[in-house]
Design a protein around this ligand. Sequence first.
Ligand SMILES: Cc1cc2nc3c(=O)[nH]c(=O)nc-3n(C[C@H](O)[C@H](O)[C@H](O)COP(=O)(O)OP(=O)(O)OC[C@H]3O[C@@H](n4cnc5c(N)ncnc54)[C@H](O)[C@@H]3O)c2cc1C
Length: 409
Amino acid sequence: MRKITIIGAGQAGLQLGIGLLDKQYDVTIVSNRTGDDIGSGRVMSSQSMYDIALGYERELGLNFWDATCPSIDGVHMRAGGSEGKPMIDWTARMTVGGQSVDQRIKMPRWMKEFQKRGGKLEIRDAGIDDLERYAAISDLVIVSSGKGEVGKLFARDAERSEFDQPLRTIGLTYVHGMLPRKNYSALNISINPGIGEYINFPALTTSGTCDIINLECIAGGPMDRWSEVKTPEEHLAMTKWMIDTFFPWEAERCKDIRLTDDNGTLVGRIPPTVRKPLGTLPSGALVFGMADVLVLNDPITGQGSNNASKCARLYNDRILAHGRRAFDRDWMEETFERYWDYAQWVVRFTNTHLLPPPPQLLKVFSMCGANPALASFVANAFDDPKTLNPWYYDAAEADRFVARFQQAA
Ligand SMILES: Cc1cc2nc3c(=O)[nH]c(=O)nc-3n(C[C@H](O)[C@H](O)[C@H](O)COP(=O)(O)OP(=O)(O)OC[C@H]3O[C@@H](n4cnc5c(N)ncnc54)[C@H](O)[C@@H]3O)c2cc1C
């Protein structure tokens, strides 16, 4: 039986671990937190996921919340407007709805499921010495520790990393009491150019259904004020102030919001980073990185958990296809390149949204209001950002692309 050790019990590590267990692999997952630690801790993400990524969870029977988690049925994009009125305003349904299950619910449940299906869960903050030990007794060690320190074992890829610092300060707030939208639930995106973005959608948290608000604040700009906040109450007040001031069209829905719990807030800054896929231990043994360890994005486009699911599925297939052969450097490099073949488009999509929108995007977004088919195409791209290539990034291609929809309209 082949032995695989995975560092990190997050979206990627657990999904891969459970997938391999189902194929009779001997799998150990090492987590620096117990399920109880995670469940009673701070929120970590807004974790909106879409059809392809959710489908990979369903294949493994891990979709425990389909009946209880509200679905995210469409996209509502607005961009404004110092006068308090958006200049771009369009809505479109997605073909299949998305879902956001608080990782404080999901990961402890999946940890239990992993153990129930025969996996070994070890609780420890794995350091280099531990990795050496696991490498000596495993056929393959995968590091899926997210933003954890141990991921620094993997060298930054300067060519593939467009930025060398965070471009946003992120203020995440889980709330009850937001007024529902009039028609269908949505990923609500509001852009205040040069200042920041408001992102909101419904979710399932520890106290039931809720709304998640992610405020993306341009570093050094008027929304970059989270360092002033010291308490959960101040965090909520800052969230409301930012909405009233910079996204006033959302203020009515948010007038009665209250925190889901004192741990329902998070402030952070994420340096978008791509890393080299192999880590070399002092002994010379190789370990293989995964998901956020190798491709870390700002959450502005809500893609990291989707990436983690897609990466887990791809690694799973590559491990199975490799049979009894050694997981050597070539296998690791080729496996990552296959992942990068997809992930590069997520990086490009996300990094584009961190910079001022190029003219072709403003043009396309402006046309979406009057062209439902075009708007649907853009809404569905959150499920698969690769579909935005090449027109999202090139003015001439964008003209050709929208012409197709004008003829069809
Ligand atoms: C504010 C915010 C909002 C987000 N919103 C979205 C969104 O809407 N949609 C979306 O798709 N993505 C979103 N993301 C990104 C998403 O949460 C991550 O990309 C995803 O969780 C990555 O999965 P992972 O398995 O790679 O890492 P993680 O989920 O981070 O899991 C890593 C695990 O490893 C553990 N660990 C770390 N170091 C060690 C160690 N040395 N030993 C043992 N265990 C260790 C950690 O404690 C953690 O449990 C958001 C992120 C943030 C910060």
